[in-house]
Ligand binder design. Structure first.
Ligand code: SF4
Ligand code: SF4
Length: 341
């Protein structure tokens, strides 16, 4: 089978609400992006979840909603939140989970209510995954995914690439077929949360991001190999040639990253900083005063993404004359590959 590759373009027709209903989690992943100092430790009450969902339903009709955390299934009222999103007309409802599936979630929602359960796994083997996500998390994730499939739910799997697991990415294809996963998301490790803290969670340098050479050598080929197995693969573009057109999703797309402490960001790379452009004041979504992330979105720089240059400039290179050799794409710009004929 051939594969067809295309860049998924930003569009205002596809608004996305990434709703962190709590920040608590049973796992302690080495690269966890949750930053309690910025995102709090609160579990958002269901009454607030419902009112905030209504705000987004009115502001961006037909948006997709992704419930996440922390581990969102730790929220006992998640099924009610799902049904509320359905009633409000969200185009699709996804639950991101580490696979532990608390509060009997699979018995309390139906495939008609939840479009996709999206599981996180960071290795093709227990040794690699559990080294990043914790002992037993590989087996539990696979068991949870199989249970979800057995109940008729559609599933996807997210693999966050770092130096610790890049080598196992090319081995994911058979496992994904065996599990019956429909979509495979490859993510790049972002310098956020624990991955950004000096010393990291492991006591040494933070878990390492892969270099441009490593990324280009391994990821596109591994993604194409999975796509040839009939699975849709979505992965970030990351590196752009100087002539390619750069766009910042903060300017042209309609994404909301909502935290239980009321902060609402338009860019996930900004989440470690108090520069959110929107916030819930009670149940009203209001703009925050300048300076905030929106002021950064407006800056045009030859290196592409401004936030990348601010928080992770080590992935940029320049010629002797100081001209950037490539641009860093918006982290929300994705390539999608599916099997073609
Ligand atoms: S990365 Fe996800 S599963 Fe891992 S500790 Fe953080 S919230 Fe939990
Ligand atoms: S990742 Fe960069 S380009 Fe994308 S929204 Fe954030 S600042 Fe803009």
């Amino acid at each position: 089978m051939m594969t067809a590759s295309s860049t998924v373009e930003f569009t205002r027709r596809a608004a996305n609400v990434f709703f962190h209903v709590l920040t608590r989690c049973n796992l302690r992943c080495r690269h966890c992006y949750i930053h309690p100092k910025q995102h709090g430790r609160k579990r958002l009450p269901i009454a607030s979840i419902e009112r905030w969902l209504a705000v987004f339903a009115e502001r961006s009709p037909g948006a997709n909603v992704v419930f996440l955390g922390g581990e969102p299934t730790l929220h006992p009222d998640l099924p009610q939140a799902v049904r509320c999103a359905r009633r409000l007309g969200f185009a699709s409802i996804t639950i991101d989970t580490n696979g532990y599936l608390f509060n009997r979630i699979l018995d309390r929602v139906t495939p008609a209510e939840v479009d996709v359960f999206s599981f996180s796994l960071d290795g093709a083997t227990p040794a690699t995954n559990d080294g990043l996500r914790g002992q037993g998390s590989y087996d539990t994730c696979l068991e949870g995914l199989r249970k979800a499939r057995a109940k008729g739910f559609r599933t996807s799997l997210i693999y966050t690439v770092s130096r610790a697991n890049l080598h196992e990415l090319p081995r994911m294809g058979p496992l994904l077929n065996d599990l019956g996963v429909e979509r495979f998301f490859i993510q790049v490790l972002g310098l956020r949360g624990k991955a950004a803290s000096p010393g990291g969670a492991a006591g040494a340098r933070p878990i390492l991001r892969v270099s441009r050479t490593e990324w280009l050598e391994i990821v596109p080929a591994a993604a194409a190999a999975v796509a040839r197995r009939g699975i849709r693969v979505i992965y970030p573009k990351v590196f752009m040639a100087p002539h390619e057109t750069f766009e910042c999703a903060g300017r042209v797309a309609d994404n909301y990253f909502v935290f239980p402490n009321g902060r609402v960001y338009r860019c996930p790379l900004c989440e470690d900083l108090p520069i959110h452009s929107l916030a819930f004041d009670g149940d009203r979504l209001v703009e925050t005063p300048s300076m905030n992330e929106s002021d950064l979105f407006r800056l045009d720089i030859p290196e592409g993404c401004v936030m990348n240059k601010l928080i992770q400039p080590d992935n940029l290179t320049a010629t002797a004359a100081g001209v950037p050799e490539y641009k860093i794409a918006c982290c929300l710009l994705k390539e999608e590959i599916s099997a073609g004929s």
